[in-house]
Design a protein around this ligand. Structure first.
Ligand SMILES: [Zn+2]
Ligand SMILES: [Zn+2]
Ligand SMILES: [Zn+2]
Length: 195
């Protein structure tokens, strides 16, 4: 049995041969670790190397084939589990609360931003008349304004709340680095964005 993983959001550059995993084992640990941890996200690197980012901040991984780490649905009886992982995973809704109480934990960089990521950018398609644009990130129609200084004038779509039709995020950079390539929205890392 596996669990759904959160995207491995990061502020670092991620080359295109690195893949975000969408599901993974419920518990992992290396042989040297004193307790089991719960994967929050997973990343597959070239040559079959996998690293799970755990809720407590530890990374657990290595070659999938070489048994560099242990994975389990349920840790063997008596073996301890990381309390930070268990509590945060339950609080974020990945598994049931171990206490029966409603736990809440809100991971950063996962939910769509309140303000549209295309705000004050050139990520828009100009509509006839030139005063309104269709936001390429969220689909809403918004006014266009001249922005930038006198030496660097440009038009931009105004700051606006994120609309209903927000594009899917990059698994690594979420909506932070959206740009256009041949008129389509992509992440600056080069990953395609589905609309
Ligand atoms: Zn942990
Ligand atoms: Zn927008
Ligand atoms: Zn990206």
């Amino acid at each position: 049995m596996s669990v759904l993983l959160l995207p491995p959001a990061t502020y670092s550059a991620v080359s295109l041969d690195i893949e975000a995993l969408t599901d993974g084992p419920r518990f992992v640990r290396t042989r040297g670790m004193s307790r089991w941890h719960r994967p929050r996200s997973g990343t597959r690197y070239p040559k079959g190397r996998v690293v799970y980012g755990c809720w407590c901040g530890y990374g657990v991984g290595g070659s999938e084939r070489a048994g560099a780490f242990l994975a389990a649905d349920e840790p063997p009886a008596g073996e301890p589990v990381c309390g930070t992982c268990e509590g945060r995973a339950a609080g974020a809704g990945q598994n049931e609360s171990p206490t029966g109480r409603l736990l809440l934990f809100s991971p950063r960089d996962i939910d769509p931003p309140k303000n549209c990521p295309a705000s004050r950018s050139s990520l828009y398609e100009e509509l006839p008349g030139g005063r309104v644009g269709r936001c390429l990130a969220c689909g809403d129609m918004q006014p266009l304004r001249a922005m930038g200084g006198p030496y660097n004038p440009r038009y931009a779509i105004v700051q606006h709340l994120t609309g209903q039709a927000l594009v899917a995020p990059c698994p690594f950079h979420r909506w932070r680095e959206l740009t256009t390539r041949d008129g389509r929205v992509v992440c600056a890392c080069g990953r395609e964005i589905t609309q």
